[in-house]
Design a binder for this molecule. Structure first.
Ligand code: FES
Length: 135
């Protein structure tokens, strides 16, 4: 899936993964997505960065130099990740880490959370990327 030529991630998160988001909030640079360089629409300015808590939608581009972070969904200690890792994404070029809401960890090269594109649900199971108002 792409939006304006950029890759878009769409991921269904489990209840355990959603619970993990709360555990590491104090390690994040902008947990409530208040920064504006990479926009988060108002409807995703919450702790899960989404309309439906379980469905995460974001542009899969790192805010440092534009690489694509790779998914590291398994929780637990592993190379290049903190011991209390709850699942998330790792940018391989310079080591920025993001949680499963795309929120960047503190003191990493990436300054901001990746963008959340405009999106809306046309029905319970139909998601439209690129627009967020009914025409
Ligand atoms: S491009 Fe992601 S950390 Fe450098």
């Amino acid at each position: 899936m792409e939006w304006r030529g950029k890759p878009v991630w769409i991921m269904r998160r489990t209840p355990e993964q959603l619970a993990g988001l709360k555990k590491i909030e104090n390690q994040l640079a902008d947990p409530n997505s208040q920064r504006t360089a990479y926009p988060t629409p108002d409807y995703a300015k919450n702790e899960v960065r989404s309309i439906k808590p379980e469905v995460f939608v974001a542009v899969g581009i790192c805010s440092h130099l534009g690489c694509s972070p790779t998914d590291k969904l398994a929780a637990g200690p592993q190379p290049s990740l903190p011991d209390d890792w709850q699942g998330g994404f790792l940018c391989p070029c310079h080591g920025s880490t993001f949680d499963l809401a795309g929120r960047v960890y503190k003191n990493k090269p990436a300054p901001d959370n990746p963008e959340v594109p405009p999106h809306m649900y046309l029905s319970d199971n139909r998601l439209l990327i690129g627009e967020d108002k009914k025409a």
